[in-house]
Design a protein around this ligand. Structure first.
Ligand code: ATP
Ligand code: MG
Length: 414
């Protein structure tokens, strides 16, 4: 059996759907990456009784329990009391914890109020855990046969305390199975096409492949377990990259299509200008999220009205009248106009129908919402235009079309 871990997330805001549980996701990922298994993951409110119950049950299911939230100084922070109840032990002041709290408050120039003393309490026999990122110390206590580590709910504090105190406890768990994970960022290919390209590689029991679509990009994961997990994951990922071919984004883990585009522009020493209609500036927004974009992005236009497309990009009025704004020729003219007017090597354009309703073109046909055209004009070749269709909600259409445009540019630069 694989080493088991229980997660207990404390907070009425989580239970009532007012906040998203970032800590559970973080802890589950780190536990899994360490070769252990999350046996249960419970969310409870702020009541002492509920916390004690959840901790008691988790301690029966797993030798290590990680808890987040409810360690603050106010009356609604009941985790210390809940832990004491689960352990059947009284709360006592921990002198070291009280010294830490006073020192942190003094450093921040904040008064040390009497209520803060509650944060120095730990169940008898347990100990306080240093919090380098905040005020509330954590708690370590045994409940039945399990070790329970309680961390504050503030995500940055939780992450730091997990690294400091959670990781050693996790690595000490017997029965862990080494696992390795490789992430391959892709764009421009649907999951089905990716699976087809991977072929028999993805059908084997080991390694296991995962597909995680995100607005037109798909992250492919390769996971291996057992001896030599790292080496086998590396080999399988290399083969997977080879098979996926032009869909692979040459980026670091966590980076996306916009990073790949900026890197491709930097390699060529080329600049791009954007001309956006349906995406309303999202392409420019995505590009400018990438550090180091300045030398390769000259700027862009958001030309929503037909008049703006004429005035800012030089799209001929006759073209708009004949084909409508959401059309192949207009996308082409926008990309070329942006490139010429900005005096750069590449122009990138989007035009289309975000919805919700369809649009009737001058030729009388009805274009459904989600229809769009993306175009790339490069200085050394004919302009390329692609028609795309995403029958989705308005903001999702915009996102998908922005990714389509970036992928068209990425492929043109390859
Ligand atoms: P504090 O000393 O700040 O009160 P605490 O340990 O009492 O810390 P909480 O009061 O439970 O923690 O939460 C503090 C902040 O962290 C709140 O803004 C809360 O919404 C957020 N938070 C708590 N739990 C989570 C979680 N699981 N995921 C993301 N955010 C969380
Ligand atoms: Mg609190």
């Amino acid at each position: 059996v694989t080493a088991a871990v229980g997660l207990v997330l404390v907070g009425a805001e989580l239970l009532e759907g007012r906040a998203t549980d970032a800590n559970g996701t973080f802890l589950a990922r780190r536990v899994t990456e360490a070769g252990a298994r999350v046996a249960r993951w419970v969310v409870v409110g702020d009541e002492e009784e509920a916390i004690a119950c959840a901790v008691g049950a988790a301690a029966e299911a797993a030798p290590l329990v990680l808890l987040s939230g409810g360690l603050g100084p106010t009356e609604d922070d009941r985790t210390r009391a809940g832990l004491a109840r689960a352990a059947g032990l009284p709360l006592e002041e921990d002198a070291v914890a009280w010294a830490w709290i006073q020192a942190v408050l003094a450093r921040r120039g904040r008064p040390c109020l009497p209520v803060q003393r509650a944060q120095a309490l730990v169940p008898r026999g347990g100990r306080a855990l240093e919090n380098r990122a905040g005020i509330a110390p954590g708690v370590e206590v045994r409940v039945g046969g399990a070790l329970v580590l309680a961390f504050p709910g503030v995500p940055a504090e939780l992450r730091d305390m997990f690294d400091q105190h959670g990781v050693p406890a996790l690595l000490a768990l017997p029965g862990r199975v080494p696992t390795a994970l490789r992430r391959i960022a892709t764009a421009g290919l649907p999951e089905t096409e990716l699976a087809a390209r991977l072929g028999d590689l993805a059908l084997a029991d080991e390694p296991t492949f995962g597909w995680y679509p995100h607005h037109g990009e798909v992250e492919v994961t390769v996971r291996t377990r057992g001896a030599d997990a790292e080496a086998r994951a590396e080999a399988a990922a290399a083969e997977a990259r080879r098979r996926i071919g032009d869909g692979v984004l040459d980026v670091k883990p966590g980076e996306r299509i916009e990073h790949a585009v900026v890197a491709a522009l930097v390699r060529r020493g080329w600049r791009v200008a954007t001309a956006e209609s349906v995406t309303g500036g999202l392409v420019a927004r995505l590009l400018t999220e990438v550090p180091g974009v300045s030398p390769v992005f000259s700027g862009g236009w958001v030309t929503y009205a037909e008049a703006a497309k004429q005035r800012d990009l030089g799209v001929p009025a006759a073209l708009l009248a004949a084909h409508g704004a959401a059309s192949e020729p207009v996308a082409r003219a926008m990309a070329e106009g942006a490139r010429e007017r900005a005096g750069v090597e590449a122009g990138l354009a989007t035009t289309g129908i975000a919805g919700p309703g369809p649009v009737r073109t001058p030729t009388g046909t009805e274009l459904p919402a989600g229809t769009a055209f993306v175009a790339v004009a490069l200085k050394d070749r004919p302009t390329e235009v692609r028609q795309v269709f995403h029958p989705l909600e308005r903001t999702l259409v915009q996102r998908r079309v922005a990714v389509d445009a970036l992928d068209l540019l990425r492929r043109a630069l390859a």
